[in-house]
Design a protein around this ligand. Structure first.
Ligand code: ZN
Ligand code: ZN
Length: 300
């Protein structure tokens, strides 16, 4: 992460503070990041999000008005070039340097986004290096992201830092409780084989040590070929209690043709948190919503 180049901003702050109550402009690339920002900044913080409901960050193109929002932003948060490819050139350049935080862009001397699990919760998994950019579905990563948001927002003028501190503490606590409840509920899943539509589910599965038997496509924009479909069908047939986790952005017809004649449970989850209200508690609700979708896989 790059938190440098704030010196100029701090210099200007003296001038700006003479102006009464100006609003802080925060831009998030996608809804889950908006939720993490709200967890740290509180409900009242105005956060605008670039990728609108129903669109995929994998293939989005930005509107001119959104470029203006970026220009007016005090801080911009995005996952990084492997995720929001449409922002790579713009946010990777020098124009926005100093106000951009990328969660998958480790820089020298700065801690990487690999999180340590607490003692009670040590499952020794390694989150690897940036292969899968869907960081935010892993609650441990979400906490690290929240800490990075806190660090960035703390540098902005007009921010109440003790409020940020309290919010972050509250988030950490709620996240911890939610994680423990989810872990307990997942004990019932023994014997269920999960299949996911694209790799967005992988880090969640890894964090909770779920049995992820297959991922159908690594590129959600491409329809898989006939040979790949046949392979997946073979896996589904061989699996114990197979359950497919679909996503709302995904073509239902495709699932139907794959699961035809097979005894497969289908459940939908949304990695983009589309229906989650944008509040300080939104990320917690989102994390729980993924767990609830997984629990739909249990035999009735
Ligand atoms: Zn994705
Ligand atoms: Zn984890």
């Amino acid at each position: 992460m790059n938190f440098s180049k704030t010196t100029l901003a701090l210099g200007l702050a003296a001038l700006v503070s003479a102006t009464p109550a100006f609003a802080t402009n925060i831009v998030a690339s996608i809804k889950p990041i908006e939720l993490i920002v709200k967890a740290v900044a509180g409900d009242k913080m105005n956060v605008s999000t670039i990728v609108p409901p129903g669109s995929s960050p994998h293939n989005y193109s930005m509107k001119p008005s959104q470029r203006r929002a970026l220009e007016q932003a005090d801080a911009i948060f995005w996952v990084g070039p492997d995720m929001e490819t449409f922002l790579s050139r713009l946010l990777g350049g020098t124009e926005f340097a100093g106000k951009v935080v990328a969660f998958t862009e480790p820089s020298e001397g700065e801690p990487d986004m690999h999180h340590d699990h607490h003692d009670h919760h040590h499952h020794g998994h390694d989150h690897g290096d940036g292969e899968d950019p869907h960081l935010w579905v892993d609650p441990g990563m979400a906490l690290q992201m929240a800490k990075a948001v806190h660090a960035k927002l703390s540098t902005l003028d007009g921010i109440n830092i003790s409020e940020l501190d309290a919010n972050l503490k509250e988030f950490e606590h709620s996240l911890h409780t939610t994680e423990q409840n989810i872990e307990t509920s997942f004990k019932q899943l023994k014997g269920t084989s999960l299949f996911a539509y694209h790799n967005a589910f992988e880090r969640f599965a890894e964090h909770y040590e779920l049995d992820l038997a297959g991922v159908l496509t690594l590129n959600p924009e491409l329809s898989p070929g006939a040979r790949h479909i046949a392979e997946v069908q073979k896996q589904l047939r061989a699996a114990n209690q197979p359950c497919l986790l679909t996503e709302p952005q995904f073509n239902r017809q495709w699932w139907r043709s794959i699961t035809e004649g097979l005894n497969v449970t289908v459940s939908t989850w949304d990695p983009l948190a589309t229906d989650i209200a944008s509040t300080a508690n939104g990320y917690i609700e989102f994390q729980q919503s993924i767990a609830d979708a997984v629990l739909e896989c249990l035999p009735k």
